[in-house]
Design a protein around this ligand. Sequence first.
Ligand code: GUN
Length: 283
Amino acid sequence: MAQIIDGKAVSAAVKAEVAEETAKLRDAKGLKVGLAVVIVGNDPASRVYVNNKKKACEAVGFQSFEYAMEENTTQEQLLDLVNVLNRDDRVNGILVQLPLPKHIDEKAVINAISPDKDVDAFHPINVGKIMIGEYSFLPCTPAGVMRLIESTGTDITGKQCVVIGRSNIVGKPQAMLLLQKNGTVTICHSKTRNLKEICLGADILVVAIGRANFVTGDMIKEGAVVIDVGMNRLDNGKLCGDVEFESAEKKASFITPVPGGVGPMTIAMLMKNTLTAAKQQAG
Ligand code: GUN
């Protein structure tokens, strides 16, 4: 049976590191750290995420500035706010919660955020820096996954790493980070043939495809490290991942649960990025 990777515990450790450094910077240099979180509209899941981000800011000693805008906010109004936040010295990081209402072009908004304050690492400049390995911010979810893999004591060098999913937020940057750690990386997606065969070769399997219980135990190599980025709500209201946990845990050496695996890491890495932004802006 697999050992369960405790995302809450690893996340708490990252937040404790951030809190300690934040307190030191405040005492030594009078530096305050601030994160602006922008939410447009009334998406209930986004509301929960934003509240959790605010709570995490308080827990690590950051100031948080919330901007809740109406569903009918225009793109111009949102871009105006982003420009104000770009110039606001109290704000070290800017996070615009996605998805945005359909009438707003997400790309235009992401492109407007100053790359120095882009703590999601979604701006094309930051995406490009990840490709060449010269980054200041790592995208929060893939960075959280790397930390979880590290927590198992697994050395990625030379391992067969399979990422299922090719989104800009998770799959693609995840593959880059595994490659930088000398993994041999395969990216699979909905059009991939022989998916089961490829998965069975994986020493490290990261699943971010957004389909409930998509990966089953018969697709997992004995002793693999399995990281489940999925978060799906079933008809009965229960949360489940992209990996069928009961069958997978019989094959894996380590596995993340859902909830309580990758989820808590995303916010912890956001706090880490915001602290990095504050230090860089202080010079
Ligand atoms: N919506 C879902 N995940 C994320 C994220 O990591 N960042 C932002 N800005 N919005 C999201």
